[in-house]
Design a protein around this ligand. Structure first.
Ligand SMILES: [Mg+2]
Length: 177
């Protein structure tokens, strides 16, 4: 039987936005010579310090979050290591959220580099939401930094939007932009 409540469930449109290799990418944005190179953002630069964010290039070498500074240097002696600067990342996050809030009144921060954006009522359908997601990706590049990239999951609940992003694959009513 058709119920009005079903309509609202079906029509909800939620984006989950996750910045890629966030702290490392912000450092590459700030330092153009570091772009395209393995970069590790560390809690501390001492040998037993821990990498809290690796650039895509560092990840490709197997240098991941949690890797020790000495281990990262053993894998790739020329790795660029930098101590984390939370104020810088918070400032960039603020810029990104300003963009998101131009697209919806319902923007919910989830972590420093993740958020949910409810697009219900702001776009006509999922195709419109997909286009909006691509526009958001472009606006972040144009207005905050060209090196910044984000993945966007799109679905009809927060949980599924996050799952769509994590899975990184298309499913019914769930997209990965
Ligand atoms: Mg992230």
């Amino acid at each position: 039987m058709f119920r009005l409540s079903h309509l609202f469930v079906i029509m909800r449109i939620v984006l989950h936005i996750d910045m890629n290799s966030y702290f490392a990418t912000v450092e590459q944005q700030a330092n153009p010579f570091w772009r395209g190179k393995p970069v590790g953002v560390c809690a501390y630069l001492s040998a037993n310090g821990c990498i809290i964010a690796s650039s895509i290039e560092a990840k490709e070498l197997g240098i991941k979050t949690g890797c020790l500074v000495k281990e990262a240097r053993r894998i790739y002696p020329d790795i660029i290591l930098v101590e984390n600067q939370p104020d810088k990342y918070r400032w960039v996050t603020g810029q990104i959220f300003q963009i998101l809030r131009q697209h919806s009144d319902k923007v919910e921060p989830y972590s420093i580099d993740e958020s949910f954006v409810e697009l219900t009522g702001y776009v006509k359908d999922y195709q419109g939401a997909k286009e909006m997601a691509k526009q958001i990706q472009q606006e972040i590049k144009d207005q905050v930094g060209e090196w910044l990239k984000c993945s966007i999951g799109l679905s009809y609940t927060r949980y599924l939007a996050k799952l769509a992003l994590t899975a990184g694959e298309s499913a019914r009513s769930a997209y990965f932009v």
